[in-house]
Design a protein around this ligand. Structure first.
Ligand SMILES: C[S@@+](CC[C@H](N)C(=O)[O-])C[C@H]1O[C@@H](n2cnc3c(N)ncnc32)[C@H](O)[C@@H]1O
Length: 283
């Protein structure tokens, strides 16, 4: 196995910063290098320097980001946030809801939301007009999200009733679980780079931007949060990972619990021209 030298690691950190706005802690660089070595083997590269050249010149960057930001994703991760979301929405009894999972990865959050909304609708606390949009920069992740096939361990926090209602398969320890067609119809996935100006469109009622900010430097985080919040309606709910709340200025947001906020009715002044909106967002 080829491990990157210290000089490779420094060049790699610099490249990630310049090309992706990612800021990996120095201490995590050896681990990041180790995560990429199977990819080097697959590409038949015999040095990390050759991989760095590929990252500079070619289309390899999204794949590297994909490998680096892989986390132990699971449905209903940080379940307290979903519980509070459920009780907030249940109390509001909305007729119609539009939700967005930004940086959706393989879709765990998006389908968790859909299960939660499906249950609210069954309980008569939400009308039939609801949908979830999942967006991500990574094509492989979007393909996985659309396929909606998961190892059982990913559903460890999903109740037996919900599994029965919304999932197929999963027999035997190794069996994969698939989301049922009725649930999949409610969730759409699109490619979207949150570092770019976002398409304009109807505001969302709830936005999840979880376990993503941690990878970016402060300026990129600020720009992403401003852009995403511009797409949330006043009074709408906004979630980041509980540990990510300290990574941005929650100006104009009312904290409900760690990582979960309500957007104020009064909009704070926009800080960055890069938060501009330009084209219709797919619904
Ligand atoms: C650790 S995953 C989090 C997935 C999901 N939100 C969750 O909490 O399980 C981070 C995701 O952010 C995506 N990502 C990284 N940079 C991005 C960008 N500039 N725009 C959109 N998505 C991005 C990655 O592809 C990855 O799927």
């Amino acid at each position: 196995m080829m491990l990157p030298t210290e000089s490779d690691q420094r060049r790699f950190a610099d490249l990630l910063q310049r090309r992706a706005g990612l800021s990996l802690p120095v201490a995590s660089l050896p681990l990041a290098g180790a995560r990429l070595t199977p990819r080097l083997d697959r590409l038949g590269l015999d040095s990390f320097a050759a991989y760095l050249a590929l990252l500079e010149e070619g289309d390899e960057l999204p794949m590297a980001l994909d490998l680096l930001t892989t986390q132990e994703a699971c449905f209903f991760r940080e379940p307290e946030q979903f519980e509070l979301l459920e009780s907030e929405l249940s109390r509001q009894r909305p007729v119609r809801l539009r939700l967005w999972s930004a940086g959706a990865g393989t879709g765990d959050d998006a389908y968790s939301l859909a299960m939660l909304l499906g249950d609210l609708q069954r309980a008569g606390r939400l009308g039939a007009d609801w949908s979830v949009l999942g967006t991500d920069i990574s094509e492989p992740r979007l393909q996985a999200a659309k396929a909606a096939l998961y190892a059982q361990a990913r559903l460890r926090l999903v109740s037996a009733q919900r599994r029965q209602r919304y999932c197929l398969g999963g027999e035997g320890a190794a069996g994969l679980v698939q989301m049922q067609a009725g649930l999949r119809e409610r969730v759409r996935f699109e490619r979207l780079d949150l570092r770019q100006a976002l398409p304009a469109g109807e505001p969302f009622d709830v936005i999840l931007l979880r376990h993503l900010l941690v990878y970016f430097d402060a300026a990129t985080r600020r720009a992403i949060v401003a852009r995403v919040l511009a797409r949330l309606r006043p009074g709408g709910l906004f979630a980041v990972g509980a540990a990510e709340a300290r990574l941005f200025d929650p100006d104009g947001l009312e904290p409900l619990m760690p990582g979960l906020f309500r957007k104020g009715r009064q909009q704070p002044a926009r800080r960055s021209a890069s938060a501009a909106l330009v084209a219709p967002m797919p619904r």
